[in-house]
Design a protein around this ligand. Structure first.
Ligand SMILES: *Cc1c(COP(=O)(O)O)cnc(C)c1O
Length: 391
């Protein structure tokens, strides 16, 4: 029974051009990857600052594992909360300008744990339609009354808040930088709206943390929003930071509540302490070597300028995420394959990751790229789009 039912579902996914396949990567992260035996220039990782394979992070992990071993051993509340985890939490609180920060093993778990700890059946959650899957899952898991507003549409959110019943807590949740579109949420407007409606604002800054703000503290720093204006700040450590894990930063009361009530925090093994040590080394680089953010910003400007001259279908994004809209799933897949034949790796993002009819090539730039890498990308894209008769 199960075999047959599952096979039917798999066949259906294949027919829709939505079948996902993993590739085997045989090298460390970098501008180039060894994939299934071939060397490919990649524009699809979230290692925005090129830190995932940095010698300082590797050395920190080596040294910490010699002292602390490999396994976390237990959950944070039992006996797995090491001095390295603790120091990292203090550093994250300092960097984000919050009272405290709390480490989670992954961003997915941070989102599930935080939303479900903050709101329940008699409360309301308002989420942007294009929020990351983990935030949508978190809203559903919380059991609260859950609604989605039109993407970056402050007026739509305002109407929904006005219509909402007075009783219960209200939580507004958005991505700081939208993961598949690259555009930013209008955080100052959302923060103002939240304050007027006695709601709390939560921002998932997976794609802003490390990249935005003068010292890499992310979207909140970029807009200058303090803990009062943006009470729940979540960031991940596996993207620009080049390590692994996630955190939530905010008031003493928020963090203590998460320690008491966030189930994905409580019922899981602490991340290996050596991973926290690598993250600390990455935060040092974030603060002392701003050139990576500057180089990335100049690559983004260069790519957008040249792609616009070529007539490529750029989207409204000024971040490292620079998708090209295609629309049709099969076409997006065909373009991704054509690029791969040219030695360039970019994945075709299709539904259900993005809305139906908006399949795209999700190009990501990194400080690990050189301008000549971007030139190579642009000339391949131009050739492919020309061949399709669209330039
Ligand atoms: C990647 C991502 C997450 C999940 O973070 P992990 O640490 O990879 O689990 C959450 N939210 C957004 C917006 C993301 O892009």
């Amino acid at each position: 029974m199960f075999e047959r039912a599952l096979q039917r579902r798999l066949a259906e996914r294949r027919e829709q051009n939505r079948y996902r396949q993993r590739r085997v990567v045989e090298s460390a992260q970098g501008a180039e990857l060894q994939v299934d035996g071939r060397q490919l220039l990649q524009f699809c990782s979230n290692d925005y600052l090129g830190l995932a394979n940095h010698p300082k992070l590797i050395e920190a992990m080596h040294r910490a594992s010699a002292e602390f071993g490999v396994g976390g051993g237990a959950s944070h509340l039992v006996c797995g909360h090491s001095s390295l985890h603790h120091r990292l939490e203090e550093r994250l609180a300092e960097l984000t300008g919050r009272d405290r920060a709390l480490l989670f093993s992954t961003g997915y778990m941070a989102n599930l744990g935080t939303v479900a700890a903050l709101v329940g059946r008699s409360d309301q959650v308002f989420e942007d339609r294009l929020n990351h899957a983990s935030l949508l899952d978190a809203g559903l898991l919380s059991g609260s009354r859950f609604q989605r507003f039109a993407h970056n549409d402050v007026a739509d959110l305002q109407r929904r808040l006005q219509r909402a019943p007075e009783e219960g807590l209200k939580l507004i949740v958005v991505d700081g930088v939208f993961s598949m579109d690259g555009d930013m949420a209008p955080l100052p407007e959302l923060a103002g709206l939240a304050q007027r409606h006695n709601a709390w604002l939560m921002v998932d800054d997976a794609h802003g943390f490390g990249v935005l703000g003068a010292s890499g503290a992310g979207s909140a720093a970029h807009f200058g929003l303090d803990q009062q204006q943006l009470p729940v700040l979540m960031g991940t450590l596996g993207k620009a930071i080049g390590s692994f894990g996630a955190f939530v930063a905010g008031s003493e009361t928020l963090i203590e509540s998460l320690i008491q009530f966030a189930r994905p925090y409580i019922y899981t093994t602490a991340m290996p302490p050596a991973v926290a040590a690598a993250t600390l080394a990455s935060l040092d680089l974030l603060e002392t070597e701003a050139w990576r953010r500057d180089h990335l910003a100049s690559l983004i400007a260069y790519f957008r300028h040249e792609a616009a001259l070529l007539g490529l279908p750029l989207m409204e994004s000024n971040t490292a995420i620079q998708p090209l809209m295609v629309g049709d799933d099969g076409q997006a897949l065909a373009i991704s394959r054509a690029l791969e034949a040219e030695g360039i790796l970019i994945s075709a993002i299709r539904p259900p990751t993005v809305p139906v009819g908006t399949a795209r090539l999700r190009i990501t730039l990194s400080a690990a790229h050189r301008e000549t890498d971007v030139d190579r990308l642009l000339s391949s894209l131009a050739a492919i789009w020309r061949e399709r008769g669209q330039l």
